[in-house]
Design a protein around this ligand. Sequence first.
Ligand SMILES: Nc1nc2c(ncn2[C@@H]2O[C@H](COP(=O)(O)OP(=O)(O)OP(=O)(O)O)[C@@H](O)[C@H]2O)c(=O)[nH]1
Ligand SMILES: [Mg+2]
Length: 147
Amino acid sequence: MKKIMVIGAVDSGKTSLLMAIHGETGQVSKTQTIEYKSFTIDTPGEYIENPRMYRALMSTSLEAKCIMFTQDSTISKSIFPPGFARAFNCMSIGVITKIDHPQSNPQRANELLMELGLKGPIFQVSALSGEGIDELKLFISSKNRVS
Ligand SMILES: Nc1nc2c(ncn2[C@@H]2O[C@H](COP(=O)(O)OP(=O)(O)OP(=O)(O)O)[C@@H](O)[C@H]2O)c(=O)[nH]1
Ligand SMILES: [Mg+2]
């Protein structure tokens, strides 16, 4: 079965997001390497922050039917090169994270994600409060049905 992969900056909330999707609670730890868990693939933020690791992201993405690109809504800049999502053949969506945070600016995060050339929609979530997680899960499960 093809998987759902997540790519985004260090600390953008990728692992927390996957934990919320899997219904897991507890302490989040730093992602050191590419991690497979049932239908998801987690990646370390360093892999998008270091262009030498792009190749690893590209080859891993062959196992994915959908890539979630995370943008931390408390951060004012994007780590992604413009049009980056177009480099991947599969479905691509944006996920705006940490919308519960007092410094969250979802509008700015949305504008940053719009530069990626995503094929699919952009979701707004908080792994902390659970807001937006059900909507994202619904979209993911619809992708699971089609292939
Ligand atoms: N307020 C708030 N904090 C969050 C949320 N999601 C994650 N965080 C915090 O952001 C920090 C980084 O979260 P991670 O899930 O480890 O981020 P990551 O993208 O997996 O980071 P790397 O594995 O280093 O690439 C942690 O301190 C989390 O508690 C959220 O929805 N709201
Ligand atoms: Mg992580």
